[in-house]
Design a protein around this ligand. Structure first.
Ligand code: PEP
Ligand code: MN
Length: 345
């Protein structure tokens, strides 16, 4: 597990130096993060200390030999951050959502050896996230990684940003060479949830963690509810250290069980194909008889029956309904196109 930690924002020189010293002394932290330009929802909030923060980061890097990372939102930020020797630039969720910003930033890093971390866009759009990552690959950045920080939703919710793990997992599947680093702080939004997000990151074989740590979280100038104290960070990392180091490979038992799953999936696919074959034949008969394709009564009784059967076997209604909605819709589409074909429209 690659661990990146540090305050949400750089606030003072002593805050940065104290944090850098703490993180460097641990010996297992890949880099220190600290935003010097903070994208805030409203004006009037703390928007970062700007260039002076880069000076502190450079000092921390020189004094403690730790890599430093900061967020950039435009080409001028990139130029300035590189001038101070920042090792890692990250693209925030509010920037990765916008291809104009991403391509401007990508052009600005072309030809440098800076590392880039691309946070997911605030909306759940995997293509947009991948598009942003690829813009950096295309300008020759060798070390591009992704940061999963959850997705915006409106209204009451448990997480500040809903994790939607399936998107991070799909990213790992389609871009296997990209490290996916989870940002439990921005997903959780509060200290009490961070531990469970870290556990889930481990269980889902994510490649790293970016965690907000502050010498005095309750006094932080931004994101104070979600930043960990040094003691809390030590506890979290030390408790999980053995799993961070666990080998990635599967055990023989898992291998066997996976074989079983593969066999079941093959059967499922064959069964589905058989079912669609029958549904096509029904479609042909309906065409002969000039019957409408959708019969709501029949569909209603199917779904009720399948839900009861599923429930008996411990399958949730939500799950069974989702599967049969999908199957039914596909049947309707198939029968409908047979009808259209027959009528020569
Ligand atoms: C941050 O990392 O401090 C930050 C602003 O994150 P995000 O872009 O994920 O909201
Ligand atoms: Mn933050």
């Amino acid at each position: 597990m690659r661990i990146i930690a540090g305050p949400c924002g750089a606030e003072t020189e002593s805050q940065i130096m104290t944090t850098a010293k703490f993180l460097a002394n641990r010996g297992d932290v890949y880099a220190m993060r600290a935003g010097v330009w903070k994208p805030r929802s409203s004006g009037g909030q703390f928007e970062g200390v700007g260039e002076v923060g880069l000076k502190w980061l450079a000092e921390a890097r020189n004094q403690f030999g730790i890599k430093v990372a900061t967020e950039v939102g435009n080409a001028a930020h990139v130029e300035m951050a590189l001038r101070y020797g920042v090792d890692i630039l990250w693209i925030g969720a509010r920037s990765s959502v916008n291809p104009f910003y991403v391509s401007e930033i990508a052009e600005a890093v072309r030809g440098t050896d800076v590392e880039v971390m691309v946070k997911n866009p605030i909306n759940p759009d995997l293509k947009l996230w991948i598009g942003a990552i690829e813009r950096f690959e295309n300008v020759g950045v060798v070390n591009v990684s992704a940061v999963h920080r959850g997705f915006s939703t409106y209204g009451e919710k448990l997480y500040r940003n809903t994790p939607l793990w399936e998107i991070a997992i799909e990213l790992k599947r389609v871009k296997p060479n990209i490290c996916v680093i989870v940002d439990p702080s921005h997903i959780a939004g509060k200290r009490s949830l961070i531990d469970s997000v870290v556990k889930t990151s481990i269980n889902y074989q994510m490649d790293g963690l970016m965690i907000e740590v502050h010498p005095n979280p309750n006094e932080a100038w931004s994101d104070k509810l979600q930043q960990l104290s040094f003691e809390e960070f030590d506890k979290l990392v030390n408790e999980n250290n053995h799993t961070f180091r666990l080998i990635n490979g599967a055990t023989p038992l898992i291998e066997r069980l996976r074989q079983e799953i593969d066999e079941i999936d093959n059967e499922l696919i064959e069964l589905l194909a058989r079912r669609f074959d029958v549904s096509k034949r029904i479609g042909l008969v309906k065409n002969e008889e000039d019957m409408p394709i959708l019969q709501l009564n029949r569909w209603d009784s199917i779904i009720k029956d399948r839900l009861i059967k599923g429930e008996r076997l411990g399958l949730s209604n939500h799950f069974v309904k989702g599967i049969f909605d999908g199957i039914h819709l596909e049947s309707l589409k198939t029968q409908n196109s047979l009808r259209i074909e027959k009528e020569g429209i």
